[in-house]
Design a protein. Sequence first.
Length: 251
Amino acid sequence: MEHLELFFKSIFIDNMVFATFLGMCSYLAVSKKVTTAVGLGAAVIFVLAVTVPLNWLLDHYILQPDALVWLDGNSETPKLSAYYGYDLSFLSFILFIATIATMVQLVEIVVEKFSPSLYNSLGIFLPLIAVNCAILGGSLFMQSREIETLGLALNYGISSGIGWFLAIVAIAAIREKIRYSNVPPPLRGLGITFIITGLMAIGFMSFGGMLTTSGENEESDAETTVSKTEVINQEKIESTQIVEISTIKEQ
């Protein structure tokens, strides 16, 4: 249930584009054709799916305070480790970006080898995935939200990439159709694109109650159960006191 909730929440509620507006440069520049948008979106999914788990490992075993205690086998007794007190969290940005740049370079080599037409259509925006704030944002959100396991980190990376993929493919499909519409001259190009993006963001906000409502219902059910238990216990205590008082009077 935790994996499923994180998956849908990352796609619809915490969408990289419509909730935090990350990765807007490539979102606007490469969304003129659906085919190009699909290629870039697939590359973003792959990079996020690989870099978020890798950066989770770096964060948990190298960067966090006292994370290096495993080096001398004192994970269970960290205070006995020679590495106790080490804090390398100031290296987070450097290591995260290095991991992302390595994966982007790998994607660029693969795309150039197997799909030269897609490589040419993406142009400079393919290597620029390395500095795409949505990619780095995925790792930083993983770190700040304190995702507990590697499996959840992988889930978050894939689902965040899918959310970005849906956003760029949707806007690309709309922009292809809107070419044949009578858009007022001052709004043509990026103007109407920003307006549509804002409307889509409002639409995605409606998914906010999809998971929060169920959570509120579970909390209310739990509170009701607790209150009923307290009432029953109070009634038992009162009945016991009455029995004791009647016993004392009889004596």
